[in-house]
Design a protein around this ligand. Structure first.
Ligand code: HXC
Length: 514
C-alpha cells in the first residue's frame, strides 16, 4: 500500500505542475498567476476539492501523443466562498496554451452538470488559446457542449466568467452567455477575430489590447461587467459579488445582520437635490448614503455612466440598485444605458434580488444616431425587463420623471410595489419648457413679447405639474417622503415585501425585444 500511496502522491505532484516549471515561470513573467494559484486566492482556504486531476487527452495526431499532461489544461472542482458552495473551472495556460480539447471540455461539462443538480453557482476562469487546433472538430464540439450548458443554466444558477488571458474566436461565447464577465487590465483580451484577421479583412491596424482588452470591453463595448488592475483584485471582487448572490433561482440572496436600533435618519439627503432643476448632482452621493455601511458593488462602472447599476444592502437585505445619474448626460436613457440596466434587472429578477430604483430621468435621448441604431427596441428592453420582473420592486423619484422614461423606470403601472417621490419630484409628460412651447405655441407667437409670454406660461406649468402631487392624487405615487427618511421607508418596504408573490402568465418563454 505504501508504494501505491507514494505513486499517487507523485502523480498529484506532477498534476500540480501543469505544463511544467518553465511554463509556470513564463506565465508569471507575463504578470499572470497559474490556474491553481487563482483558485487558491478565490476560494476559502483549504476548501477546494479537485476532480478529474488524472484526465488526459486521447489524441495521437500531430505529435500530441507525446504531450499528455495530467488534467489536460483545466483544473476543475468544488469549493466554498464565505462558507457557501461553488463549482469552478480554471484553465491552465501552461498546458498547450490552455487550449480546449475533447477531454478538457468534458471536465468542464461534468462540473457544470453537477452544479445544476446541486443548485450551486459556477465560476469559470478563462485563459486559453481556444480550440485545440490538433483535435479539429472534436474540440469545436466540446465548445458547443459548454455553450449548451451555459444556456440551460442561465437563470437557474449564477454563472460568472473571469477572463485572465486570451479568450478568442467562438470561445468568447461561453463567457458571453454567463451572467457576469470579469477582465484584468493589460493581460486579458476577448475578440471574435484577432488583429491579424482584422487587418486582412478590414485593413485596420489594431493591437490586442485596443481590439479586445479590459478597457475596450468595460468602456466601449460593455461586454465586460468588471475590470481591475490585476488578478488578485479581480478575484477579490468575484468573492464580493458572490456575497450578494443566492446559490440558485429557488434560493434567496444572503442577508447580513443589521442593527435596526441605530439612527436611520439621513439628514444629508435633504440637501443633495439642487433647487434649480437644470443643475446636475451626483447620484452616487444618494446611493452611498442609502446602502448599509456605504458598501456598493457597482456593475458596469465604466460603461453608460448615465445609469448606475449594482448591488448593495438596505437593512441587511441585498438589493439591486438601478439609478439614473443626472451628472452624466443629465441621466437621459439611451441605447447603452437601456441595455445595461435591462440585463441587470433581468439578472436580479431571475435570482430573487429585490430592485431599488432611484429615478431622475429627463427622458430618452433624441437624435438620428439613437433612432437609427434602435433606441426603440433597446429602450423597450428596459421597459420589458421591469414590467416582467416579479421580485420586490421599489422606486424613489428624486427629481425628474418625464415622458416614457417615467413609465419605464419601474412605475406603478408596470407593477412597482412601492413608488415613493421626494418633494422635489417633477412627474410630467415632458420638461416645462418643451411642454409650454408646444401647448402654447400660438399664444406665444401672437404675444407682444413672446419671451415674457413664454415665461408666464412656464411658471404656470411648473406650479401645476413640476411636483409629485398630481401623480400622488391618482395613487401612482404611494407616498411623498422626506429625503432624510428614505432609508427607514425603504427598510420597511423591503421587509414587508419579503412575502410578496407575483407571477407572469404561463408560456414557453417571453419574447424580449432583442
Ligand atoms: C493547441 C495551442 C493553441 C491551440 C496555443 N497553443 N494555442 N495549442 N491549440 N489553440 C500552444 C502553443 O503551441 C504553445 O505551445 C503554447 O500553447 C503557448 O502558446 P504561445 O503561442 O507560445 O503563447 P503566447 O505567445 O502567449 O500566445 C498566445 C496565443 C497564441 C495568442 C493564444 O498561442 C495563439 O494565437 N494561439 C492560437 C489561437 C487560435 O487561433 N485558436 C483557435 C481559435 S478558433 P508550446 O508547446 O510551444 O508551449 C477557436 C474556435 C472556437 O477557438 C470555436 C467555438 C465555437
Amino acid at each position: 500500500m505504501e508504494e501505491k500511496i507514494q505513486k499517487l502522491n507523485a502523480l498529484r505532484k506532477e498534476a500540480q505542475l501543469g505544463g511544467g516549471e518553465k511554463r509556470i515561470e513564463a506565465q508569471h513573467k507575463k504578470g499572470k498567476l497559474t490556474a491553481r494559484e487563482r483558485i487558491e486566492l478565490l476560494v476559502d482556504k483549504g476548501s477546494f476539492e479537485e476532480v478529474d486531476m488524472f484526465v488526459k487527452h486521447q489524441t495521437k495526431e500531430f505529435g500530441l501523443d507525446k504531450q499528455r499532461y495530467l488534467g489536460d489544461g483545466v483544473v476543475t472542482g468544488y469549493a466554498k466562498i464565505d462558507g457557501r458552495p461553488v463549482a469552478l473551472f480554471s484553465q491552465d495556460f501552461t498546458v498547450l496554451g490552455g487550449s480546449l480539447s475533447e477531454a478538457h471540455a468534458k471536465k468542464i461539462v461534468k462540473i457544470m452538470d453537477m452544479a445544476m443538480k446541486l443548485g450551486i453557482p459556477v465560476i469559470g476562469i478563462n485563459d486559453s488559446g481556444g480550440a485545440r487546433i490538433q483535435e479539429g472538430v472534436v474540440s469545436l464540439g466540446g465548445y458547443a457542449d459548454i455553450f449548451l450548458r451555459n444556456t440551460l443554466a442561465s437563470g437557474v444558477i449564477p454563472q460568472i466568467s473571469a477572463v485572465m488571458g486570451p479568450c478568442a474566436g467562438g470561445a468568447v461565447y461561453s463567457p458571453a452567455i454567463t451572467d457576469f464577465i470579469f477582465m484584468v487590465k493589460n493581460s486579458s483580451y476577448m475578440f471574435v477575430t484577432g488583429p491579424n484577421v482584422v487587418k486582412t479583412v478590414t485593413h485596420e491596424e489594431v493591437s490586442f489590447e485596443e481590439l479586445g482588452g479590459a478597457n475596450t470591453h468595460s468602456i466601449k463595448s460593455g461586454v465586460a461587467h468588471f475590470s481591475f488592475e490585476n488578478e488578485v483584485e479581480t478575484l477579490e471582487h468575484i468573492r464580493k459579488l458572490m456575497g450578494y448572490l443566492p446559490l440558485n433561482w429557488r434560493d434567496f440572496p444572503p442577508e447580513k445582520e443589521f442593527d435596526f436600533n441605530r439612527n436611520l435618519e439621513l439628514p444629508e439627503l435633504n440637501g443633495i437635490v439642487p433647487d434649480n432643476p437644470n443643475k446636475p448632482y451626483d447620484m452616487y452621493e444618494i446611493i452611498n448614503l442609502l446602502v448599509d455601511d456605504g458598501e456598493f458593488l457597482e456593475v458596469h462602472k465604466d460603461f453608460a455612466g448615465n445609469i448606475i447599476v449594482g448591488f448593495g444592502r438596505i437593512g441587511g437585505m441585498p438589493v439591486g440598485i438601478i439609478a439614473n445619474q443626472p451628472a452624466v448626460l443629465a441621466g437621459v436613457l439611451d441605447i447603452n444605458s437601456s441595455n445595461k440596466a435591462a440585463r441587470f434587472v433581468r439578472f436580479c429578477d431571475a435570482f430573487n434580488i429585490p430592485l431599488l430604483v432611484l429615478e431622475d430621468v429627463p427622458g430618452f435621448l433624441p437624435g438620428t444616431d439613437q433612432e437609427w441604431n434602435g433606441i426603440i427596441k433597446n429602450g423597450a428592453k428596459l421597459l420589458f425587463a421591469f414590467a416582467e420582473a416579479t421580485v420586490p420592486k421599489v422606486t424613489v423619484i428624486t427629481r425628474k420623471a418625464y415622458g416614457g422614461a417615467y413609465d419605464v423606470m419601474n412605475s406603478k403601472h408596470i407593477r412597482g410595489d412601492f413608488n415613493f417621490a421626494w418633494p422635489s419630484a417633477e412627474i410630467a409628460v415632458m420638461g416645462p419648457k418643451g411642454a409650454v412651447e408646444i401647448i402654447f405655441k400660438r399664444e406665444i407667437e401672437k404675444a407682444e413679447n413672446p419671451e415674457d409670454a413664454l415665461n408666464g406660461f412656464l411658471q404656470d406649468y411648473i406650479d401645476k405639474f413640476a411636483n409629485p402631487y398630481i401623480a400622488a392624487e391618482r395613487g401612482y405615487i404611494d407616498d411623498v417622503i422626506i429625503p432624510a427618511e428614505t432609508k427607514i421607508r425603504l427598510i420597511k418596504a423591503f421587509k414587508l415585501l419579503k412575502t410578496k408573490v407575483d407571477t407572469n402568465p404561463k408560456k414557453k418563454h417571453s419574447n424580449i425585444p432583442l
